[in-house]
Ligand binder design. Structure first.
Ligand SMILES: CC(C)(COP(=O)(O)OP(=O)(O)OC[C@H]1O[C@@H](n2cnc3c(N)ncnc32)[C@H](O)[C@@H]1OP(=O)(O)O)[C@@H](O)C(=O)NCCC(=O)NCCS
Length: 200
């Protein structure tokens, strides 16, 4: 008798979507437009993630292949925001192999027209709620010193979760082969959500 085929990627994706769905599908306090749907990325979203990163003119634009691959292999630690069926923002991350209690946020970006409406924060809260169920209690990311919007975003998420946020220099400009700015390491912990109100 042959065993049924089990698609583990589909199971992971469905777990993410359930966790995200538990948050509700609309943004909170700052909602000013159409509903924002939060869900796990699919391979077909990779092109859109690449476009959003490129249009941001702030993020390093990785190859389109990197985003497509990410949507396949790291969907469980990534979230996209969709408005009227179009992906308008994303956060991509991974669990650090050396620190299984830590999610590293590699990139987060929101389309310019969607910025300032709470979508970036909603993406991070969704990610933290999802990985929290897998035992993750810390978030790491790196931010260049001139990125005020990103510093404000992570600071806001830390505050809403009543977590500590610390900053240390990580990558000096000298480690990069090009004109890349230095990157500071931000650590937010503990990331467990205390109440539903923390999302507002
Ligand atoms: C950073 C980014 C993702 C924020 O997304 P967003 O949807 O506009 O953020 P939100 O509306 O959820 O705002 C979250 C918090 O950050 C603050 N914030 C957002 N943009 C800000 C800005 N330009 N200046 C100051 N504060 C800002 C908001 O006031 C809010 O704080 P509050 O909750 O205390 O009021 C978005 O600006 C972006 O895509 N930037 C380009 C890419 C980038 O820099 N990514 C991060 C690289 S590490």
């Amino acid at each position: 008798m042959s065993l049924p085929t089990v698609n583990t990627a589909e199971i992971e994706r469905s777990r993410v979507e359930q966790a995200v769905a538990a948050l509700g599908t609309t943004t909170g306090r700052k909602e000013t437009g159409p509903a924002v749907v939060l869900r796990a990325p699919r391979v077909g979203d990779g092109a859109q993630l690449w476009r959003i990163a490129k249009d941001s003119a702030v993020l390093d634009t990785n190859s389109s292949y990197a985003y497509v691959l990410w949507c396949r292999d790291f969907a469980a630690t990534s979230v996209v925001a969709e408005v009227r069926g179009r992906v308008v923002g994303f956060v991509i991350g991974y669990i650090r192999p050396q620190a299984p209690d830590t999610v590293f946020v590699w990139q987060i970006a929101v389309d310019r027209v969607q910025q300032g409406k709470g979508t970036g924060a909603q993406l991070l809260h969704a990610l933290l709620d999802n990985v929290g169920a897998q035992g993750v209690s810390k978030l790491e990311t790196t931010i260049s010193p001139d990125n005020a919007a990103s510093i404000a975003l992570f600071g806001s998420v830390a505050r809403r979760r009543a977590a500590r946020i610390t900053k240390h220099p990580l990558f000096d400009a000298g480690v990069f082969p090009d004109s890349h700015a230095p990157e500071d390491l931000y650590l937010i912990a503990p990331t467990a959500r205390t109440t539903q109100e923390d999302h507002r």
